[in-house]
Ligand binder design. Sequence first.
Ligand code: ADP
Ligand code: F6P
Length: 324
Amino acid sequence: MSDTIKTIGVLTSGGDAPGMNAAIRAVVRKAIQNGVAVKGIKRGYQGLLAEEIVDMNKSSVSDTIQKGGTILGTARCSEFVTEEGQAKGAEICRKHGIDGIVVIGGDGSYRGALALSKQGINTVGIPGTIDLDIACTDYTIGFDTAINTAMQAIDKVRDTSSSHERCSIIEVMGRNAGYIALWCGVANGAEDILIPEKYDYNEQNIINNIIQNRKKGKKHHIIINAEGIGHSTSMARRIEAATGIETRATILGYMQRGGSPTCKDRFYASIMGAYAADILCEGKTNRVVGYRNGDFTDFDIDEALAMTKDIPEYEFMVSRQLSQ
Ligand code: ADP
Ligand code: F6P
């Protein structure tokens, strides 16, 4: 452990994700075991700038591992994107004796962490987002809970779609990434899966697919549409007009971000939280924790932000073949 790291802070930033509480719990308990004090920073960078900072101990995180959301609260903070905001944030850390911060969030939150490290505050990021869109890691906290929540909801829509012999367009979250749509599309046996990385915006292909499936005797037609494509309601109107088949849009929305985290999310969050606390207590800075090829590891934030990832070609091909 480093002699210079006496106190660390922890915050959650950007969209919340199930499992964030398990990550906070692990950061707090592991740091305390390492002999380092922990302060909780409420409402992300916004709370940092407003000095909403509380002392945390092992019991502050009792009875939280099973809870959705984040006990620290989260926010998006435009002031922190400015250099003045970042300098103010670093000054507030120094005022409260905070030597380093664990930031739990997505890419945007890492940019804030990178800025803080440039201002002399040690930082480590943990990938917390339901979107699975962080390139340096094969897993992001919240994804498993979100896809299971969405999958169960889609099964329910499918029941009523079959009864009424309707076509259903179900829109799932994911910002510009199609991972939630791809996984649910495969797991729910959807007839069409539309993801921003691959969609050709040729609606006639979907219309032809619906008409063919109807001829084969299929009673429903489920289209999983990713948020990054969107416009599900107008798409439903056009498809109904072209096919003569009743077509409804369901936008699943924020229900996908809530709920008690799955075992997988609690486990990954716990290991990543502990790992982040360990490397921060060792004096490392400007790092982000990831899970790659079966191992927990860490990268430089600049390096992590420069990485890119895409939908695996084979997975996409199979998703199409199985839906036919
Ligand atoms: P996520 O972390 O889920 O990607 P956002 O992109 O909304 O969510 O980012 C969360 C917060 O991180 C923003 O509200 C802002 O306070 C901070 N942030 C985002 N981009 C930057 C940046 N370029 N520099 C500093 N802070 C940033
Ligand atoms: O990043 C998680 C996420 O839920 C995305 O899937 C979605 O695009 C976005 O956050 C919605 O953010 P907000 O809470 O600001 O509406």
